[in-house]
Design a binder for this molecule. Structure first.
Ligand SMILES: C[S@@+](CC[C@H](N)C(=O)[O-])C[C@H]1O[C@@H](n2cnc3c(N)ncnc32)[C@H](O)[C@@H]1O
Length: 265
Protein backbone atom coordinates (compact mmCIF):
# COMPACT_ATOMS: atom_id res chain seq x y z
CA UNK A 1 0.00 0.00 0.00
CA UNK A 2 1.20 3.52 -0.81
CA UNK A 3 -0.54 6.91 -0.64
CA UNK A 4 -1.69 6.72 -4.31
CA UNK A 5 -3.35 3.37 -3.72
CA UNK A 6 -4.79 4.56 -0.42
CA UNK A 7 -6.35 7.64 -2.04
CA UNK A 8 -8.16 5.45 -4.56
CA UNK A 9 -10.02 3.47 -1.87
CA UNK A 10 -13.55 4.84 -1.81
CA UNK A 11 -14.94 3.07 1.23
CA UNK A 12 -14.02 5.18 4.25
CA UNK A 13 -13.51 2.26 6.62
CA UNK A 14 -11.35 0.39 4.15
CA UNK A 15 -9.30 3.56 3.73
CA UNK A 16 -8.82 3.82 7.51
CA UNK A 17 -7.67 0.20 7.63
CA UNK A 18 -5.39 0.88 4.65
CA UNK A 19 -3.84 3.85 6.45
CA UNK A 20 -2.43 1.42 8.98
CA UNK A 21 -0.88 -0.68 6.24
CA UNK A 22 1.30 2.41 5.68
CA UNK A 23 1.70 3.73 9.24
CA UNK A 24 2.95 1.24 11.81
CA UNK A 25 0.74 2.02 14.79
CA UNK A 26 2.54 -0.61 16.85
CA UNK A 27 5.57 1.65 17.28
CA UNK A 28 4.01 5.13 16.93
CA UNK A 29 4.11 5.99 20.63
CA UNK A 30 7.17 4.06 21.73
CA UNK A 31 9.71 4.31 18.92
CA UNK A 32 11.68 7.19 20.49
CA UNK A 33 11.88 9.65 23.35
CA UNK A 34 10.12 12.28 21.24
CA UNK A 35 7.32 9.91 20.25
CA UNK A 36 6.83 8.94 23.90
CA UNK A 37 5.89 12.47 24.98
CA UNK A 38 2.28 12.17 23.76
CA UNK A 39 1.80 8.88 25.61
CA UNK A 40 3.41 10.08 28.86
CA UNK A 41 1.44 13.33 28.85
CA UNK A 42 -1.86 11.58 28.16
CA UNK A 43 -1.28 8.94 30.85
CA UNK A 44 -0.21 11.63 33.32
CA UNK A 45 -3.52 13.40 32.72
CA UNK A 46 -5.75 10.29 32.85
CA UNK A 47 -4.11 9.11 36.09
CA UNK A 48 -5.28 12.28 37.81
CA UNK A 49 -8.85 10.96 37.51
CA UNK A 50 -8.42 7.19 37.96
CA UNK A 51 -9.76 5.50 41.08
CA UNK A 52 -9.10 1.91 42.20
CA UNK A 53 -11.40 -0.51 40.40
CA UNK A 54 -12.24 1.87 37.55
CA UNK A 55 -13.35 0.43 34.25
CA UNK A 56 -11.85 1.94 31.11
CA UNK A 57 -13.15 1.96 27.53
CA UNK A 58 -10.50 2.46 24.83
CA UNK A 59 -12.27 3.35 21.56
CA UNK A 60 -10.02 3.23 18.50
CA UNK A 61 -7.45 1.43 20.63
CA UNK A 62 -4.85 0.99 17.89
CA UNK A 63 -2.21 -1.57 18.82
CA UNK A 64 -3.18 -1.34 22.48
CA UNK A 65 -0.59 1.01 23.96
CA UNK A 66 -3.02 2.68 26.38
CA UNK A 67 -5.19 -0.38 27.02
CA UNK A 68 -2.23 -2.54 27.97
CA UNK A 69 -0.65 0.12 30.14
CA UNK A 70 -3.81 0.55 32.20
CA UNK A 71 -4.67 -3.18 32.29
CA UNK A 72 -1.17 -3.92 33.59
CA UNK A 73 -1.64 -1.27 36.25
CA UNK A 74 -4.70 -3.00 37.68
CA UNK A 75 -7.63 -1.64 35.69
CA UNK A 76 -10.20 -3.52 33.66
CA UNK A 77 -10.15 -2.40 30.03
CA UNK A 78 -12.60 -2.89 27.18
CA UNK A 79 -11.15 -1.98 23.81
CA UNK A 80 -12.56 -1.61 20.32
CA UNK A 81 -10.55 -1.07 17.15
CA UNK A 82 -11.54 -0.92 13.49
CA UNK A 83 -8.35 -1.76 11.57
CA UNK A 84 -7.52 -5.45 11.23
CA UNK A 85 -3.77 -4.90 11.33
CA UNK A 86 -3.99 -2.98 14.60
CA UNK A 87 -6.36 -5.50 16.19
CA UNK A 88 -3.89 -8.26 15.31
CA UNK A 89 -0.89 -6.31 16.64
CA UNK A 90 -2.82 -5.68 19.86
CA UNK A 91 -3.98 -9.29 20.20
CA UNK A 92 -0.43 -10.61 19.82
CA UNK A 93 0.65 -8.65 22.89
CA UNK A 94 -2.16 -9.86 25.14
CA UNK A 95 -1.34 -12.43 27.79
CA UNK A 96 -3.74 -14.57 29.82
CA UNK A 97 -3.21 -12.24 32.79
CA UNK A 98 -4.30 -9.09 30.96
CA UNK A 99 -7.78 -7.96 31.96
CA UNK A 100 -8.59 -6.69 28.48
CA UNK A 101 -11.65 -7.39 26.39
CA UNK A 102 -10.66 -6.61 22.79
CA UNK A 103 -13.00 -6.61 19.82
CA UNK A 104 -12.97 -5.37 16.27
CA UNK A 105 -15.71 -2.78 15.75
CA UNK A 106 -16.70 0.72 14.81
CA UNK A 107 -16.78 3.65 17.21
CA UNK A 108 -20.02 4.92 15.71
CA UNK A 109 -21.91 1.91 17.08
CA UNK A 110 -20.88 0.56 20.50
CA UNK A 111 -24.17 -1.28 21.06
CA UNK A 112 -22.21 -4.30 22.35
CA UNK A 113 -21.55 -2.22 25.50
CA UNK A 114 -24.33 -1.18 27.91
CA UNK A 115 -25.09 2.38 28.99
CA UNK A 116 -22.98 3.92 31.79
CA UNK A 117 -20.53 0.98 31.92
CA UNK A 118 -17.23 2.89 32.21
CA UNK A 119 -15.59 5.39 34.54
CA UNK A 120 -13.04 6.48 31.95
CA UNK A 121 -13.68 6.63 28.20
CA UNK A 122 -10.84 7.24 25.73
CA UNK A 123 -11.66 8.29 22.16
CA UNK A 124 -8.19 8.60 20.64
CA UNK A 125 -8.41 8.15 16.90
CA UNK A 126 -11.90 8.04 15.38
CA UNK A 127 -12.39 11.82 15.56
CA UNK A 128 -9.35 12.37 13.35
CA UNK A 129 -10.34 9.67 10.89
CA UNK A 130 -14.05 10.08 10.25
CA UNK A 131 -14.82 12.59 7.50
CA UNK A 132 -18.52 13.19 8.13
CA UNK A 133 -19.51 15.43 10.98
CA UNK A 134 -22.57 13.25 11.66
CA UNK A 135 -20.25 10.24 12.18
CA UNK A 136 -18.00 12.17 14.54
CA UNK A 137 -21.10 13.19 16.49
CA UNK A 138 -22.29 9.58 16.60
CA UNK A 139 -18.90 8.61 18.11
CA UNK A 140 -19.18 11.30 20.74
CA UNK A 141 -22.78 10.28 21.53
CA UNK A 142 -21.70 6.66 21.92
CA UNK A 143 -18.71 7.61 24.10
CA UNK A 144 -21.06 9.62 26.33
CA UNK A 145 -23.64 6.85 26.43
CA UNK A 146 -21.18 4.22 27.71
CA UNK A 147 -19.64 6.66 30.23
CA UNK A 148 -21.01 6.76 33.79
CA UNK A 149 -22.76 10.02 34.80
CA UNK A 150 -19.74 11.02 36.92
CA UNK A 151 -17.20 9.49 34.51
CA UNK A 152 -14.54 11.26 32.50
CA UNK A 153 -14.19 11.49 28.73
CA UNK A 154 -10.87 11.98 26.90
CA UNK A 155 -10.69 12.97 23.23
CA UNK A 156 -7.70 13.25 20.87
CA UNK A 157 -7.45 15.39 17.73
CA UNK A 158 -4.71 16.30 15.25
CA UNK A 159 -4.08 20.05 15.24
CA UNK A 160 -4.66 21.46 11.74
CA UNK A 161 -2.32 24.42 11.94
CA UNK A 162 0.65 22.53 13.37
CA UNK A 163 0.75 20.10 10.46
CA UNK A 164 2.17 22.86 8.22
CA UNK A 165 5.23 23.22 10.45
CA UNK A 166 6.00 19.52 10.70
CA UNK A 167 5.47 19.04 6.96
CA UNK A 168 7.83 21.95 6.26
CA UNK A 169 10.44 20.36 8.52
CA UNK A 170 10.27 17.23 6.35
CA UNK A 171 9.91 18.94 2.96
CA UNK A 172 11.46 22.32 2.05
CA UNK A 173 9.04 22.55 -0.91
CA UNK A 174 5.96 21.97 1.23
CA UNK A 175 4.50 25.47 0.90
CA UNK A 176 4.91 25.34 -2.90
CA UNK A 177 3.75 21.77 -3.56
CA UNK A 178 2.07 20.58 -0.36
CA UNK A 179 -1.32 18.88 -0.18
CA UNK A 180 -3.44 21.81 0.99
CA UNK A 181 -5.67 24.44 -0.59
CA UNK A 182 -3.13 27.13 -1.47
CA UNK A 183 -5.77 29.89 -1.40
CA UNK A 184 -7.62 29.09 1.80
CA UNK A 185 -4.60 27.51 3.58
CA UNK A 186 -6.80 24.58 4.52
CA UNK A 187 -5.24 21.11 4.62
CA UNK A 188 -6.81 18.36 2.55
CA UNK A 189 -8.16 15.84 5.03
CA UNK A 190 -6.08 12.91 3.86
CA UNK A 191 -5.09 10.47 5.27
CA UNK A 192 -6.28 12.06 8.52
CA UNK A 193 -8.94 14.65 9.35
CA UNK A 194 -7.49 17.81 10.85
CA UNK A 195 -9.10 20.31 13.22
CA UNK A 196 -8.15 23.70 14.57
CA UNK A 197 -8.40 24.19 18.31
CA UNK A 198 -11.67 26.09 17.90
CA UNK A 199 -13.11 23.36 15.69
CA UNK A 200 -12.30 20.75 18.36
CA UNK A 201 -14.12 22.85 20.94
CA UNK A 202 -17.12 23.29 18.67
CA UNK A 203 -17.37 19.58 17.83
CA UNK A 204 -17.28 18.57 21.48
CA UNK A 205 -19.71 21.27 22.59
CA UNK A 206 -22.11 20.34 19.79
CA UNK A 207 -21.90 16.80 21.17
CA UNK A 208 -22.93 18.04 24.60
CA UNK A 209 -19.50 17.52 26.20
CA UNK A 210 -18.56 19.88 29.01
CA UNK A 211 -14.89 20.58 28.30
CA UNK A 212 -12.77 20.75 31.46
CA UNK A 213 -9.23 20.76 30.12
CA UNK A 214 -7.41 21.34 26.84
CA UNK A 215 -3.89 19.96 26.54
CA UNK A 216 -1.10 20.24 23.96
CA UNK A 217 -0.33 16.56 24.39
CA UNK A 218 2.87 16.33 22.36
CA UNK A 219 3.64 20.03 21.93
CA UNK A 220 6.69 20.65 19.74
CA UNK A 221 8.05 17.13 20.25
CA UNK A 222 7.55 15.99 16.66
CA UNK A 223 9.08 19.16 15.23
CA UNK A 224 12.06 18.82 17.57
CA UNK A 225 12.25 15.06 17.29
CA UNK A 226 15.98 14.74 16.54
CA UNK A 227 17.01 17.04 19.35
CA UNK A 228 14.68 15.41 21.87
CA UNK A 229 15.89 11.97 20.87
CA UNK A 230 19.48 13.06 21.50
CA UNK A 231 18.80 14.19 25.09
CA UNK A 232 20.40 12.24 27.89
CA UNK A 233 18.14 10.83 30.61
CA UNK A 234 18.49 13.83 32.91
CA UNK A 235 17.77 16.37 30.16
CA UNK A 236 14.84 14.34 28.86
CA UNK A 237 13.32 14.14 32.35
CA UNK A 238 13.63 17.91 32.66
CA UNK A 239 12.20 18.41 29.15
CA UNK A 240 9.18 16.34 30.18
CA UNK A 241 8.76 18.44 33.32
CA UNK A 242 8.86 21.59 31.20
CA UNK A 243 6.39 20.15 28.70
CA UNK A 244 3.95 19.18 31.46
CA UNK A 245 4.41 22.63 33.01
CA UNK A 246 3.45 24.40 29.76
CA UNK A 247 1.14 22.02 27.87
CA UNK A 248 -2.09 23.53 29.22
CA UNK A 249 -1.16 27.12 28.46
CA UNK A 250 -3.54 28.50 25.88
CA UNK A 251 -0.70 29.75 23.71
CA UNK A 252 0.73 26.22 23.38
CA UNK A 253 -2.45 24.57 22.11
CA UNK A 254 -2.31 25.22 18.36
CA UNK A 255 1.40 24.45 18.34
CA UNK A 256 1.05 20.80 19.19
CA UNK A 257 0.56 17.95 16.75
CA UNK A 258 -1.98 16.27 18.99
CA UNK A 259 -4.58 17.81 21.23
CA UNK A 260 -6.13 16.17 24.25
CA UNK A 261 -9.50 17.35 25.52
CA UNK A 262 -10.91 16.23 28.85
CA UNK A 263 -14.61 16.52 29.49
CA UNK A 264 -17.75 15.30 31.21
CA UNK A 265 -21.13 14.41 29.85
C1 LIG B 1 -3.43 6.91 15.41
S1 LIG B 1 -4.35 5.54 15.95
C2 LIG B 1 -4.41 5.83 17.71
C3 LIG B 1 -4.44 4.55 18.48
C4 LIG B 1 -4.52 4.71 19.99
N1 LIG B 1 -5.86 5.08 20.40
C5 LIG B 1 -3.55 5.78 20.43
O1 LIG B 1 -3.98 6.87 20.80
O2 LIG B 1 -2.36 5.51 20.39
C6 LIG B 1 -6.04 5.86 15.51
C7 LIG B 1 -6.85 4.58 15.63
O3 LIG B 1 -8.25 4.84 15.52
C8 LIG B 1 -8.81 3.76 14.80
N2 LIG B 1 -10.12 4.16 14.27
C9 LIG B 1 -10.37 5.12 13.36
N3 LIG B 1 -11.69 5.19 13.11
C10 LIG B 1 -12.28 4.26 13.87
C11 LIG B 1 -13.62 3.86 14.06
N4 LIG B 1 -14.62 4.44 13.37
N5 LIG B 1 -13.88 2.89 14.95
C12 LIG B 1 -12.87 2.30 15.64
N6 LIG B 1 -11.59 2.61 15.50
C13 LIG B 1 -11.28 3.60 14.63
C14 LIG B 1 -7.79 3.50 13.73
O4 LIG B 1 -7.97 2.26 13.09
C15 LIG B 1 -6.50 3.60 14.53
O5 LIG B 1 -6.11 2.37 15.10
Amino acid sequence: MDFFELAKIEDEYEQIAGTYEIFNEDIRLNRSQAARVEFLTTVHCIEQYLKPGDRIADIGAGAGEYSLYFARNGYTVSAVELAERNVEAFRKKLTADDRVELRQGNAIDLSFWPDAAFDIVLLFGPLYHLHREEDRQRCIAEAKRVCKPDGMLFFAFISHDMVFFTELANDPNYFRTGDYDHDTLRLHDFPFVFHTVDECRRILRDGGVRIEREIASDGLSELMEDRINSLDAESYAQYLRFHLHTCEKREMLGHSNHLLFVGRK
